[in-house]
Each structure stands twice: as structure tokens, then as C-alpha cells.
Design a protein around this ligand. Structure first.
Ligand SMILES: Cc1cc2nc3c(=O)[nH]c(=O)nc-3n(C[C@H](O)[C@H](O)[C@H](O)COP(=O)(O)OP(=O)(O)OC[C@H]3O[C@@H](n4cnc5c(N)ncnc54)[C@H](O)[C@@H]3O)c2cc1C
Length: 447
């Protein structure tokens, strides 16, 4: 086997998903020689599945996310790819930010290229090599070749924490008994009568209506419904394990909807066999759900299934960092001396046993800080983590895994990595005040 060298970098970002893309843009713009490695053919990870990054505002109405995440929304708005931040009265969130996930893919790709980042797509991080407590080499497998790359700082943005795991950084998985939040596969349906749908489905929070590009009337943009009226049907009993099963319909488009309602429990997203089983079972499950929706709910009667995404994994490894974010921090709306940004998404817990989804609000002003220490895993000195593999408890992750918070972490990790590389120090040695100053100058909100 011939192994090729693809270079020595200041910063390597492993995983071009929600957090990784922002880390790459931040590091590239700061002047670091940056390599971004993504196993898939596009950037954005779970953020481009069709969800809304809906926690730019705290429940109190305070704006909590600015910086690069806001720049992305601004860029989307310019391209008719987002309706911006829409006030959502009476719901569990203060505002919703509908985005068109296909245009988001384009915007993220463009911003990464413009930041001068070297990009590897369809490239799996297969292994790493260590020199003492440092990651010296990242080993990348493409269809044709195996590559080696090295960097002063490596950022693990793989969601599952693959790189930290390979490097021996300590981690936790799931709650005390090891159980994790369920996985879901979302589908996109077209030719949906959204107005009829809003009348058909009972909701726990109000339907959000908005004018969409090229539309003269307001149509539903967010429906958080329940399938309670159909509980007696044989299909419901075969498909769902809970009562009042929730269905989230996200529609930034005139007649298309991303439907998030499928669910499988007991899947470990880091176990290959379980993943394959879950991908196959979910693919079959979403088609049966589609048939069920068409049969019973008039708004879906004429719909077509035009897309099914890849398996959405909510939770796997969480590293043990210099600080572990806890649910108590979130309930208290706690801020930290080393805040790198704020988060404001309520604890969104999908029952690991197959019960319902619950939302628990955040205390204080409705926001809490994300401490830099939660991005610093133990035992690997040149590694930072960002995204859902940060250092947090199982319950805290149910909040901080939101798209906006992962983007906030990405921006901070990219900037911190570039500072560490420039000064030839470890991420732990980065001057937090200097990092915070740079983040504020980029529009990030830290308090
Ligand atoms: C079903 C579901 C619904 C959700 N709904 C919402 C919502 O409505 N709003 C909200 O704010 N949040 C929502 N979330 C949460 C949020 O989307 C995720 O927690 C967040 O996007 C995770 O970001 P990340 O950067 O940690 O991981 P990801 O976005 O998953 O990025 C990880 C990237 O790393 C790549 N990768 C992984 N391993 C390797 C490897 N070995 N080599 C190379 N590349 C690799 C992956 O391909 C991926 O692109 C939802 C999550 C799920 C699963």
C-alpha cells in the first residue's frame, strides 16, 4: 500500500459538519494553514438535514448567538435560503430560524473555500499516530489512496469523537446505564398542503406562519404536532412506542416539508453492526410512516417522498474535559469566566427508553455559557473538541447539542487552535482573555 503525504498544517479539523465547518472558517480566516477532512461528499453534517438552528435568542428575548453563525444566516437570507429569525410566540422557543438546507450546503462550501481552507471530501479519518501525548499524524482513507497529514493542533468535530477516542482521551457514553437518546431518520415530502396540514394535526405549541420567497400568502413554516387522533390505528401501534407521538414539520418552502418523527431506541452510533441495522430499519420505517401519513392526514394525501437523509445520531461519546457542563449549570443559566459563547436551547430529551420528547427550560436569563474548558479533553495535549462530543453530562448534552451551540463551539475552537499554532503552545495554554477579545471582535456574544 502506497501512503501519500498531504502536508503539514497548523490546524487539522476532523469532520466537516455543524461545528467543523465553522472551526475551519475561523482558523482559515485567522491565517492558519488549515485542512478540513470530511467523510461525506458535502459539508454541514446534521445541520444540513433540514432542521432549524433555532436558538439564536434566549426565552427572555435576549440575542445570544452572533459571530459566524449569524453571518451564515445573513448570507442565507441574501440568497432566499432563510427567512431570518422569526418571533415564535407561545412556543417553547423565543424565535425560529428556518433555513433551506440545500442552500446552506452551498453557503458553507463557499465560505470554507473563501477562507483558504484545504478541503478533503469523501475522506475518512481511519487512524491517528501519537508521539507521547500529542497526535502526530492523522491517517486518511479515500477511495483511491491513503494519506497522512500532520498539524500542530487537531480539532475533533466528528460528532462521535472518533479522533479523541483513537488518541485515548477519556470519555463517557450515554447516561449511567449506558442508554443514549434515540436515533432518527428524517424525510422530505413534497406537494404537501401545508394549510390543510395545520388544521389536521393537533399541536402542543402554536403553528408558525410566514411569507416565504415568491409566496403572496402566509403558510405554515413550523408545526410541532402530535399524532394522538390516530393512536387507535394498527399502523400507529406498529410504528410508535409512545402516546401522543410528536411529529415535527419544518417547511421553509411553499409545499415541501422536512418531517422528523421516526425513532429507534437502543442504537449505539459508534457500533458498526448496530448502525447498519438502524440505517436499514429506519429506511423501511420512514416509508411506512409516509404511507401512514398519506392515508390518515389529508394535508399529506397528495404528497410524494422526495428524500430521506442519513441516520441522525443525537448522542454518543462525550469527552471528559477540564470542565464538564452539567444540567445544574443549565437550570441556573450559569455563565463562566472562560465563556466562549452562549447557548439557549431548552433541554430537549428524547427518552432513551422510547417514551416521549420533553423540553425543560433554561434558568436565569434563558441562556448559559459554554466554557472553553469543556472543549479541552484530557490526556491529549494538542487536541480540541467541538460539537456534540464536548465535555458535558448526558442531560446537559440534550441542550448544548443544538446546531447554534455547536456552531458557536466551532468558531471558538478554530480561533483558539489558530492562536495555539501561531504561538506554538497547546490549546490549554491559550490566553482565554485574548481568545474572548478576538471572539467579541468577530461579533460573538459572550455574556
Ligand atoms: C434527528 C435529529 C434532529 C435534530 N434537530 C435539531 C433541531 O431541530 N435544531 C437544532 O438546533 N439541533 C437539532 N439537532 C441537533 C444538532 O443537529 C446536532 O447535535 C449537531 O448538528 C451536531 O453537530 P456536530 O458538529 O457535533 O456533528 P455533525 O454535524 O454530525 O458533524 C460531524 C461530521 O463529522 C463527519 N465525520 C464523522 N466521523 C468522521 C470520520 N471518522 N472521518 C471523517 N469525517 C467524519 C460526519 O460526516 C459529519 O459531517 C438534531 C439532531 C438530530 C440527530
Amino acid at each position: 500500500m502506497v501512503i501519500k503525504h498531504c502536508g503539514n498544517y497548523d490546524v487539522i479539523i476532523c469532520g466537516g459538519g455543524t461545528a467543523g465547518v465553522l472551526a475551519a472558517i475561523a482558523a482559515g480566516r485567522a491565517g492558519a494553514r488549515t485542512l478540513l477532512i470530511e467523510r461525506g461528499p458535502f459539508l454541514g453534517g446534521v445541520s444540513v438535514m433540514g432542521f432549524y438552528p433555532h436558538s439564536f435568542y434566549a426565552s427572555s428575548g435576549k440575542k445570544v448567538v452572533g459571530g459566524l453563525p449569524q453571518e451564515i444566516i445573513d448570507e442565507l437570507v441574501k440568497r432566499d435560503g432563510s427567512l431570518g429569525h422569526l418571533r415564535y410566540e407561545g412556543g417553547h422557543l423565543y424565535a425560529l430560524t428556518p433555513v433551506d438546507c440545500e442552500i446552506l450546503k452551498v453557503v458553507l462550501m463557499q465560505m470554507v473555500i473563501d477562507a483558504g481552507v484545504d478541503l478533503m471530501l469523501n475522506s475518512l479519518i481511519r487512524d491517528i499516530a501519537m508521539e507521547g501525548t500529542r497526535i502526530s499524524t492523522v491517517i486518511i482513507q479515500t477511495k483511491a489512496d491513503t494519506f497522512l497529514a500532520s498539524a500542530q493542533v487537531v480539532i475533533d468535530c466528528t460528532g462521535d469523537g472518533d479522533v479523541g477516542y483513537m488518541a485515548g482521551a477519556p470519555y463517557h457514553k450515554g447516561r449511567q446505564d449506558g442508554k443514549m437518546q434515540p436515533v432518527s431518520l428524517v424525510m422530505r415530502l413534497t406537494n404537501v398542503d401545508l394549510i390543510k396540514l395545520a388544521n389536521d394535526i393537533p399541536t402542543e405549541t402554536p403553528v408558525l406562519w410566514a411569507h416565504k420567497p415568491r409566496s403572496k400568502i402566509k403558510t405554515p413554516v413550523y408545526i410541532r404536532g402530535v399524532l394522538t387522533p390516530w393512536e387507535g390505528t394498527p399502523e400507529y401501534q406498529q410504528l410508535f412506542t409512545d402516546k401522543n407521538h410528536q411529529i415535527f414539520c419544518l417547511a421553509p418552502w411553499a409545499t415541501d416539508v422536512t418531517v422528523n418523527t421516526s425513532r429507534l431506541v437502543g442504537v449505539d452510533g459508534t457500533d458498526y453492526k448496530e448502525l447498519v441495522q438502524a440505517e436499514t430499519a429506519s429506511r423501511i420505517q420512514i416509508f411506512r410512516i409516509y404511507e401512514f401519513l398519506k392515508k390518515y392526514i389529508p394535508g399529506f394525501a397528495e404528497s410524494n417522498m422526495v428524500g430521506g437523509q442519513f441516520l441522525g445520531v443525537r448522542e454518543t461519546r462525550r469527552f471528559v474535559g477540564d470542565y464538564q457542563l452539567t444540567e445544574e449549570d443549565i437550570y441556573a443559566g450559569r455563565k463562566f469566566e472562560d465563556n466562549i459563547g452562549l447557548a439557549a436551547y431548552p433541554l430537549d430529551m428524547h427518552d432513551p427508553e422510547g417514551g416521549n420528547v420533553t423540553f425543560t427550560p433554561i434558568g436565569g436569563d434563558g441562556s448559559y455559557g459554554i466554557p472553553y474548558r469543556a472543549l479541552l479533553p484530557q490526556k491529549v495535549e494538542n487536541l480540541l473538541v467541538a460539537g456534540r462530543c464536548l465535555s458535558a453530562t448526558h442531560r446537559a448534552l440534550a441542550s448544548v447539542r443544538s446546531i447554534a451551540a455547536c456552531m458557536v463551539m466551532g468558531q471558538a475552537a478554530g480561533l483558539a487552535a489558530s492562536m495555539a499554532a501561531e504561538k506554538k503552545i497547546t490549546p490549554k495554554e491559550v490566553n482565554i482573555k485574548e481568545l474572548q477579545k478576538k471572539l467579541r471582535a468577530q461579533g460573538a456574544i459572550l455574556e
